[in-house]
Design a protein around this ligand. Sequence first.
Ligand SMILES: NC(=O)c1ccc[n+]([C@@H]2O[C@H](COP(=O)([O-])OP(=O)(O)OC[C@H]3O[C@@H](n4cnc5c(N)ncnc54)[C@H](O)[C@@H]3O)[C@@H](O)[C@H]2O)c1
Length: 455
Amino acid sequence: MSSAGLTRRELIQAATVLGTGLAGTGVTAAAAAAHGKEEAMTNAEPARVARETMRGVPFERRETVRIGMIGVGGRGSGLLRDLLGVEGTQVTAVCDVVKEKTERAAERVEKAGQPRPALYSSGEKDFENLCQRDDVDLVYIATPWDWHVPMAVYAMKHGKHTAVEVPAAVTLSDCWKLVDTSEETRRHCVMLENCCYGFWEMAVNTMVHQGLFGEITHGEAAYIHDLRDILLADSGEGLWRRKPHAERNGNFYPTHGLGPVAWYMDIHKGDRFTRLVSMSSREASLTAYRDAKVASDSPKRKEKYRCGDMNTSLLQTALGRTVVLQHDVVTPRPYDRINLIAGTKGAFRDYPARIFLDGQEGGHDWQSPEPFKEKYQHPLWKNVGELARKLGGHGGMDFIMNYRLVQCVREGLPPDIDVYDAAAWSAPGPLSELSVAKGSAAVEFPDFTRGKWKG
Ligand SMILES: NC(=O)c1ccc[n+]([C@@H]2O[C@H](COP(=O)([O-])OP(=O)(O)OC[C@H]3O[C@@H](n4cnc5c(N)ncnc54)[C@H](O)[C@@H]3O)[C@@H](O)[C@H]2O)c1
């Protein structure tokens, strides 16, 4: 076996399959072989054992939701702050490889009037001890990407529902692993896609479903966020989030943009993504920034980044809709998730929020969405929006997401975002890599629901 865990034959096969298609894509032979394995997963479903779906399966009702948190770095701390403000939650256990972080989290839990949680910080496998506790109903996972799947799988196998940060998985085989484990264990694997709970995202979802934009044909979504300082930092995400830029080339962080558009399009409630094509620009901005900011003797100066600055992927759905999905975390430009939805009667686009309705006064210009705000405001924002804005990160949407998840458990409802959504919204990461590696050829989008998307 090679160091990448691939046989020599697989390496040769992949290089032959991709052949000259590798030129200009920045794909190494080892990466190509990994892509070959991943490609087999795009249509892996027929070979799988049919299991009972987790779609629409309610949580068992619980008055108090007991939470175990794994990872209390930047994101985990924010989630903890929100959860401590949600009625009916108790944080019973906290795990992080950095002991001081667990201590800080425990202080905050106690300050909120709850008993001191059990703490786990003895190495990178100590999360297993947290998962084995019998006073944890739901395990929150806010660790670096590569840890999401092993942690969620272990937690589900030990009887816990899981709530995983984004993206839930970074390979197709791991997307399937989450689906298989959730179905096998009958435990939910929710993805913590906070952007679905933004004020405008929820209002636009109501507008779409009340027919304001007519028949929906097209959406656009993105994660455009200048993260150059964070990527090059010596702490937090800088310790792990730059690595994929040296190893992969694609749309790494698809869920923030795609999740809301998937809701507008009723993905897995009557439609599904069927194929994807993807193209990356050349890489330039991260290298230029690194060379300008990082000392010449730093090991970072030796790194070679493969991921193109801008990745543009195009998805098609079973009902023939299209979605443009972009990813760019290195270009100096304003933050943008685009959040566009269009149909036979009009369109909405965010950043800034604007609306266009067929036949409106004012010709071809967008209009302000303010007049629509009150009418289409989601009841969750009406009821807890003020608290959310005060307590929660990202303008309050994080609090609304956490509030809603706890509400689903307390009221015995199915989660809003289940394992099939987690897999399908994360899958454009590996699928875009495959497409880019094949010179932007179309790749099949797996049906993670095994045919249950129609209901
Ligand atoms: N939804 C959002 O808006 C949003 C925002 C930021 C980050 N995130 C996601 O949250 C996750 C965490 O990102 P972050 O910014 O908090 O990163 P971070 O590096 O600040 O925090 C990660 C934490 O995980 C801990 N950790 C690493 N390996 C561990 C292990 N084996 N066991 C226990 N703890 C371990 C680290 O010590 C660290 O405290 C990522 O998946 C990221 O994509 C989501």
